[in-house]
Design a protein around this ligand. Structure first.
Ligand SMILES: Cc1cc2nc3c(=O)[nH]c(=O)nc-3n(C[C@H](O)[C@H](O)[C@H](O)COP(=O)(O)OP(=O)(O)OC[C@H]3O[C@@H](n4cnc5c(N)ncnc54)[C@H](O)[C@@H]3O)c2cc1C
Length: 491
């Protein structure tokens, strides 16, 4: 995948639809606009020089599981097919919403009728004593762009010692990708567990064990207080706040991301951490729209407004924005955080609300059901009201085999330390699924049905509780389902 050439245009140039950002939200908007307006002029600007690519695949590139060509988010002819003028490898530097113009880093000025800000995220880099600026050739990297993965690919060899700061999704993904290049990796995470936002302790432990058995050293409850450099200015080690030092030639900072709201500075576009949008994805300034990681979204799980930096949400908002920009009557009511990924071959799907304390669960009338491969002497229940239940056989006898299950008879929560790698947690409130963790092949293969129950907020009593244990029962009509569920206890 070679860098794309920008189209040279006379300045200033009038564009009906202008999109800043060439990723999930921007691409969705292009497709949506063209559904309703085949001829209006359309331009996409991106400071990345590449054809559109799928950002989550950058770790798979490091791993050697994909190539730059295969990472393309859309086919080769995408821009021609949708009649898009591309300004790639140039930065939109200045937005003037009163004059409706955007000034690019190469001097081109674009005058728009409708503008979409699909500028995504920027990596969060906290100030760390002694730390050279990332991506300046001193051994410090971020991990959010294709260029980051390419730079790491070029630098890291089997003898390189790497420290990754951040045990969230992108930090763990970077670690997994880097494992293909070197086995000398230490992960440093401030929280007591890795993937703290997505997983509870039990599920996190399963992923941790996988990474450790692949050779990664994991330091939780730890933070980097200082970065030490050699005479050449390159990073040589990190000092943890407990005094330990870890030698390294490469430091990857992957602590999290923040909405990229840079372009809204000195404009009337309202921002509160992210860009504020209404249900039509319009900002506080008429004809200026925003979508994706750069906006504050509506989380349907708990009716909150927050940053939902996940690809399906970016795509959905881009689609809505594009339709409205092209004159359609469309709204986006919000999204539920749902993510499907894998860690060293272990599939994981998380959705909705998954992390909450026993007290929160009790207060909110939430029931949590946990199923795991093995529940034995290692089981630890943090809440006395959790009920443990040994199930010799699953209802249909199919697939599930002999398993054990921790179940809350009353609103409560529990933690199971399982030796196996299949783990499922269902979070239920008011007879509806509001969140789940599905880890391992056993449980992820039925994720579609649970996702549907969550998305449509189907009352579980209307489908029968046995569906939770055997989701594929939903493939049958109610009479057949009841027959197959014979003997299943209701929750
Ligand atoms: C390693 C990694 C793994 C991930 N895994 C998952 C996953 O498993 N599931 C999931 O749902 N999501 C995942 N994500 C998140 C997902 O990639 C993002 O949610 C998604 O890409 C957001 O799309 P977007 O269009 O809003 O913005 P982005 O993909 O961030 O794209 C924004 C684009 O705009 C460009 N831009 C910004 N400002 C300007 C400017 N002023 N001028 C020109 N161009 C500009 C940026 O350079 C960028 O190319 C992952 C992300 C990373 C980094």
């Amino acid at each position: 995948m070679s860098p794309q050439k920008s189209v040279t245009k006379t300045k200033p140039r009038q564009v009906k639809y202008l999109i800043i950002g060439n990723s999930a939200a921007g691409v969705a908007a292009v497709e949506s606009i063209r559904q309703y307006d085949k001829t209006g002029s359309l331009a996409v600007v991106s400071d990345e020089p590449w054809h559109t690519y799928s950002r989550p695949l950058i770790s798979y590139l490091l791993e050697g599981k994909t190539t730059q060509e295969k990472m393309r988010y859309r086919g080769d002819s995408f821009y021609e097919r949708y009649a898009v003028d591309t300004y790639l490898g140039v930065r939109a530097e200045k937005l003037d919403t009163k004059k409706r113009i955007v000034r690019l880093s190469d001097g081109v000025v674009l005058k728009y009728e409708k503008l979409l800000l699909a500028t995504g995220s920027v990596p969060f880099v906290p100030p760390i004593s002694g730390c050279p600026a990332p991506n300046t050739g001193k051994g410090v990297y971020t991990f959010i762009k294709l260029a980051d993965a390419l730079a790491l690919q070029e630098t890291v060899t089997a003898s390189t010692q790497v420290v990754v700061i951040g045990g969230g999704l992108t930090g763990v993904k970077a670690t997994e990708g880097l494992l293909h290049l070197t086995k000398n990796i230490s992960l440093v995470e401030l929280a007591p567990r890795i993937l703290p936002n997505a997983l509870d302790t039990a599920a996190s432990d399963i992923v941790k064990r996988r990474l450790e058995s692949a050779g990664v050293t994991i330091n939780c409850d730890a933070s980097v207080s200082e970065v030490l450099t050699g005479a050449d200015g390159n990073v040589s080690s990190v000092r943890l706040s407990d005094g330990r030092t870890i030698p390294c030639d490469v430091l990857v900072i992957s602590i999290g991301v923040r909405p990229n709201v840079e372009l809204t500075k000195e404009t009337d576009v309202a921002v509160e951490r992210g860009i504020l949008i209404d249900e039509t994805c319009q900002t506080s300034v008429p004809d200026v729209f925003a979508a994706g990681d750069c906006v504050v979204s509506h989380d349907l799980t708990d009716d909150s407004k927050r940053i939902l930096a996940i690809l399906p949400n970016a795509y959905q908002q881009g689609k809505t924005a594009g339709a409205v920009m092209a004159g359609q009557d469309r709204t986006d009511k919000g999204a539920r955080p749902i993510n499907a990924t894998s860690f060293i071959g272990l599939p994981l799907i998380t959705a909705g609300k998954t992390s909450l304390t026993a007290e929160q669960a009790a207060e909110q009338g939430i029931t949590i059901i946990i199923d795991s491969d093995r529940v034995d002497s290692k089981m630890e229940l943090r809440v006395a009201s959790c009920e443990l239940r040994e199930e010799s056989k699953r209802p249909t006898g199919a697939d599930f085999g002999n398993r054990a299950s921790a179940r809350t008879g009353s609103p409560a929560t529990g933690v199971v330390d399982s030796e196996g790698e299949n783990y499922r947690k269902l979070v239920i409130q008011n007879d509806r699924i509001i969140g789940f963790i599905l880890l391992g092949a056993e449980y992820t293969k039925r994720a579609g049905i649970l996702t549907d129950l969550l998305n449509r907020q189907v009352p579980l009593s209307s489908v029968g509780a046995g569906v939770l244990q055997t989701p594929e029962l939903l493939l049958f009509d109610k009479a057949e389902r009841l027959q197959r569920m014979e003997g299943v206890r209701s929750i």
